[in-house]
Design a protein around this ligand. Sequence first.
Ligand SMILES: [Zn+2]
Length: 220
Amino acid sequence: MLAVLLFGPPGAGKGTQAAAVAAASGVPHIATGDMFREHLRSGSELGRLARSYMDRGELVPDDVTIGMLEARLDQPDAARGFVLDGFPRTLDQASALDALLARRGTRVSGVLDIEVHGEELVRRLSGRMVCREASHPSHVTDAPPAVPGICDIDGSELYHRDDDHEDVIRNRVAVFEQETRPVREHYRELGTPIATIDGARERAEVEADVIAAVLALEDT
Ligand SMILES: [Zn+2]
């Protein structure tokens, strides 16, 4: 069982890298954000439960997310393992994940820690734009559209999402340092293999290192 966690701050490119790891190792990429949206859209029991908290403006309890994750791990494509992206974000979530995996006779095989320093994250995220029509991503400097302010794919207007403004980004990075950083320490203390990867390079270079780290985990 290959149970890999993608770890890193917002803007480190975890989603992109998780997809590459999944393709290279043949296990599914499980993004908890996508999993949530799917349950909300399908109106599953867990989705309705999550909605009831969101409608009251409350945080969805971890056991709801864990329930969704458990259901996802029961799918046949996850029998050999998974690459998890977006979870755990707190020590409590890490403990809940460990307990879930222990019930299934397994544990986290490795952590891929994609390191990107704060100023680079601000540069990346504050330059990010998405289109009105379909949220196609572009970037002012890293992936500029052919016509400034216009989506290359559908011609609709590009805009900055509210959570991609600089003060919001700095806050998200601070929350990561305070609440999520200890998750790495938790796995280090457990003796879980951790591969630290410099995420401030070209995407292809980061991807090569990430894939090499996962193949090394598969061999152990
Ligand atoms: Zn578009």
